[in-house]
Write a new protein. Structure first.
Length: 359
């Protein structure tokens, strides 16, 4: 089936729902779009009664708005309150819906061997990414960068006493930008299921999670070509997909890329995913796609694998417990696991394709 280019242009995202031909008999697809988490969000639900489905989607949309406020890295909200307390060396009673994220983020940060490190909020802010507008100009002051890297803020610096949290390291500032959307995806599917909708697709800026099927067929998803837009915007591949895949049941397909948010300095781009050990943006791997039933784990893994780079990623994938992975590097070379290779159909021609066993 040819790619619907308009869909990719409209979404401009790492992945999107590819339109399927025909429609299901009993139920129809009820779709809504909203703007939240700084990105375009789409919810598709297979439903017989579209009014009831729209009410369920409105419930999900309301939850997204609350989550965006409560888990936001730099705007006022529950996480903002915690960050202010940590900066002042105070102990803070954390909101009930934020606490499990902190525990999970700490555990996944450990499993990623520090590639995923949501305690580097100050570093992310120093590079200028704590802003709705993309930063421009050269790298931040080298001394300031060096001092933050040397302070080595880590989730293991946090001290948990029930819901009371403090930090042993004053440089810790929490940024859940690489994790919260995955948690929100899981909760959105749970919420839709509680309303009785067990066939759904949720798309948070190219991070997707599905449940059930699209009626009589699986959900069909496109993974955006991370180099497409950069090489030639007018080329059909420009906003197009590198691959498509079909998923059903409870499954997430999350892509982290360096092509969407970056700091522009003349011809040079500094992407928004930062290697916590060097303090420098990760530039070698330009996108990582992870397939996993738990969208939160997939989200974290996708970010961690971009940081891990084209040699260390299999080791990090293994320790994070993700087996379906695809990596694209800056030269357009693809590496993927056997599990992922069995799922994807390439719709563009990668520079090379290598299948890597995780062992
Ligand atoms: P997106 O949000 O675009 O889908 P990611 O899931 O990869 O992309 O999250 C990137 C965000 O995570 C950054 O904007 C920043 O807020 C934060 N971040 C950057 N580097 C790291 C890192 N090494 N570990 C954890 N979070 C990071
Ligand atoms: Mg992520």
């Amino acid at each position: 089936m040819p790619l619907n280019r308009r869909d990719f242009m409209k979404l401009g995202l790492g992945a999107c729902l590819l339109p399927a031909l025909g429609s299901s008999r009993a139920a129809t697809l009820v779709s809504e779009e909203m703007y939240v988490f700084g990105t375009l969000v789409g919810v598709d639900v297979l439903a017989a009664d579209s009014e009831a489905a729209r009410a369920a989607i409105a419930d999900v949309s309301h939850a997204f708005t609350q989550q965006n406020r409560d888990w936001h890295a730099w705007k006022p909200g529950a996480l903002g309150d915690l960050n202010r307390a940590l900066a002042a060396g105070r102990t803070h009673a954390v909101a009930a819906d934020l606490l499990p994220l902190l525990h999970q983020a700490r555990d996944l940060a450990r499993a990623s061997d520090g590639r995923f490190n949501p305690a580097i909020g100050k570093l992310v802010g120093l590079w200028g990414f704590h802003n709705d507008v993309l930063p421009v100009g050269g790298a931040p002051d080298a001394t300031a960068l060096f001092e933050l890297v040397a302070a080595a803020p880590s989730m293991d610096d946090l001290v948990f006493d029930g819901n009371r949290v403090s930090s042993r390291n004053p440089q810790v500032q929490i940024d859940l930008g690489g994790h919260a959307k995955g948690v929100a995806l899981n909760q959105a599917l749970d919420r839709l299921a509680a309303h009785g909708y067990k066939n759904a697709l949720v798309n948070l800026g190219g991070n997707l999670a599905v449940s059930g099927t699209r009626g009589d067929r699986p959900w069909r998803i496109g993974i955006r070509h991370p180099l497409g837009g950069r090489s030639d915007l007018r080329h059909p591949q420009g906003e197009g997909a590198i691959a498509s895949l079909e998923v059903s049941g409870r499954m997430a397909v999350v892509t982290s890329g360096t092509y969407e948010r970056y700091r522009q300095d003349g011809d040079r781009r500094y992407p928004h995913i930062i290697d916590p050990r060097s303090g420098q943006p990760a530039t070698h791997v330009v996108s990582a796609t992870v397939l996993h039933p738990d969208a939160a784990r997939a989200d974290v893994a996708a970010t961690a694998l971009v940081v891990a780079g084209s040699t260390a990623w299999p080791e990090v994938a293994r320790s994070l417990g993700v087996r379906e992975v695809m990596i694209v590097d800056e030269a357009g070379r693809v590496q993927l696991t056997p599990g992922m290779a069995a799922m994807v159909h390439f719709v563009a021609h990668p520079a090379s394709v290598k299948i890597v066993e995780l062992a």
